[in-house]
Design a protein around this ligand. Structure first.
Ligand code: C5P
Length: 233
């Protein structure tokens, strides 16, 4: 069964924790991203773990291998369950991230999963600042094939690319898909979107959802609606 990950995109820890508390019993994972981590720092992770959530630290590391190794080790020491790097960082950076996660893993715990971002789901045709660039879905697939060779656990891509990624990289290569919207909902700044049901049918392992849940009148109900659609897919 695919997992639902709720993106806690908040400017302060109190709001993020209040949202996490209201979601207990629905999604099993929460995402700490750039906004929350920059505002609140590592202190935000422990209370989320204490609430029983698995924590996805989405900092999209993209730097020289030595720096990424250190960042990944620091993330693992926090006890997070998943981190992201950019696939565009190449093989040495990806392997450094894996090494850092292994070095920082807490005693008896599995190292965090390392997921490589292919092409942001907010990018559509023409958005890549490179003349003559291939279509985003094509780029995402090519980067996923490389990321698999680098030995990471999986990729971040759109649901639209999951079937092709699984076809080329195998079912065990994990796919995490943001850009999830119910059929009737606004896409916001996302461009390559699918519904929760489509994402699951395409084979996604983790569905990341932010505003459609956190911006709902009753977020726990919105999360349950997503989970129902995922279960019946
Ligand atoms: O609010 P929404 O559902 O669009 O949020 C999607 C979340 O997934 C955001 O936190 C965003 O940072 C993240 N994300 C993404 N596309 C990626 C990687 C992460 O939208 N490729």
């Amino acid at each position: 069964m695919a997992e639902l990950v709720v993106a806690l995109d908040y400017p302060d820890g109190a709001s993020a924790l209040a949202m996490a508390r209201s979601l207990r019993g629905t999604a099993g994972w929460v995402k700490v991203g750039l906004e929350l981590f920059t505002a609140q720092g590592p202190a935000v992770v422990e209370p989320l773990k204490k609430l029983g959530f698995k924590v996805f630290l989405d900092m999209k590391f993209f730097d020289i291998p030595n720096t990424v190794l250190g960042a990944a080790r620091s993330a693992a020491l926090l006890g997070v369950d998943m981190v992201t790097i950019h696939a565009l960082g190449g093989e040495r950076m990806a392997r450094a991230a894996m090494e850092g996660c292994a070095a920082g893993a807490l005693p008896g715990a599995r190292p965090p999963l390392v997921m490589a971002v292919t092409m942001l789901t907010s990018m559509g045709p023409g958005d890549l600042p490179v003349d003559g660039a291939p279509a985003p879905s094509r780029m995402a697939l090519d980067l996923a094939v490389k990321a698999k060779q680098y030995g990471v656990n999986g990729v971040v891509c759109s649901g639209l690319e999951v079937a092709d990624v699984k076809g080329k990289c195998g079912d065990g290569f994990l796919c995490l898909t943001p850009g999830i919207r119910l059929a009737s909902a606004a896409a916001d700044d996302q461009r390559r979107v699918v519904t929760p049901g489509q994402a699951v049918r395409f084979g996604s392992d983790f569905l990341v959802v932010g505003r459609p849940i956190t911006g709902a009148v009753i977020p726990a109900d919105a999360a349950r609606t997503m989970l129902e659609e995922m279960r019946s897919a």
